[in-house]
Design a protein around this ligand. Structure first.
Ligand code: OAD
Length: 236
């Protein structure tokens, strides 16, 4: 903890790579591990383009259910610690795999959303992307004004990441003197590639996670515990 605090104090540029674990203490379920969504639901039936083509109503029901959970959640002390840190470091970027929007609700402004945003929908016909905070919809699947079918504006398994988004994530990591890896199992690609990239570009890598992950071997420091407790201490 003392070493990591020192690295952060002297850093001019910092990136935070976040995953579902940072929202766990807000009551948003993670994907893997005890109580994880993929213990009860099959990703190939809910989070792939093929699943959506086969049964858009089922996929929408699952996303509306998750929106409902997230709508009831509040950012936790881990999110707030990152928001206050952004105001104190010359350059700070949150690169998140989360779609829940809790980083911006906590006050972060510089956010790269690798996997999209559950609070947006995209039209399969005209390509338009719209803010969409509905947690209930009368007739599923919801339709665009153009008549096309809407889908959640998130990245599914088997889909590529947006080039501009990925480039922004790479730039943030390459520029960083220190990279925080928070609450991610670091098994989903390409997001997980950002950890070795951080290492290769010479950043100090600080992992915050109660459990060991494939990223742990690359970390200069591993702080074991819930991010809602560790981040306020690390970033104060
Ligand atoms: P995972 O659910 O795979 O991993 C959550 C991580 O958070 C685990 O390593 C836990 O040990 C850790 N964790 C749990 N509670 C924590 C706490 N209180 N504080 C800190 N860490 C905690 O979530 P992601 O790595 O984000 O993608 O998953 C990556 C992607 O896989 C997601 O974006 C999603 C999913 O399938 C898609 O849907 C495309």
């Amino acid at each position: 903890m003392q070493d990591a605090r020192e690295w952060l104090r002297s850093a001019r540029s910092v990136a935070a790579l976040t995953g579902a674990g940072i929202s766990a203490e807000s009551g948003v379920p993670t994907f893997r591990g005890a109580g994880g969504l993929w213990k009860h639901y099959r990703p190939d039936q809910l989070a792939t383009p093929e699943a959506f083509a086969q049964d858009p109503v089922l996929v929408w029901e699952w996303y509306l259910w998750r929106r409902g959970l997230i709508a009831k959640a509040e950012p936790n002390p881990g999110h707030y610690a990152l928001a206050s840190f952004e105001r104190r470091v010359p350059a700070f970027v949150v690169v998140t795999q989360n779609v829940d929007g809790l980083h911006e609700r906590a006050g972060n402004r510089n956010i790269v959303k690798l996997h999209g945003d559950i609070w947006k929908s995209q039209c399969l016909n005209c390509g338009g992307e719209y803010a969409d905070d509905r947690t209930e919809v009368d007739a599923l699947p919801p339709l665009c004004d153009c008549g096309g079918m809407l889908r959640p504006a998130v990245v599914w398994f088997g889909e590529g990441l947006d080039d501009g988004v990925w480039n922004a994530a790479e730039r943030a990591v390459r520029a960083a003197d220190a990279v925080l890896v928070i609450g991610t199992s670091a098994v989903v690609y390409p997001a997980a590639l950002l950890v070795p990239l951080a290492k290769e570009s010479g950043a100090k890598v600080i992992e915050i996670n109660p459990d060991e992950t494939p990223a742990s071997g690359l970390a200069d420091a591993s702080l074991r515990g819930p991010s809602g407790q560790i981040l306020p201490e690390l970033l104060s």
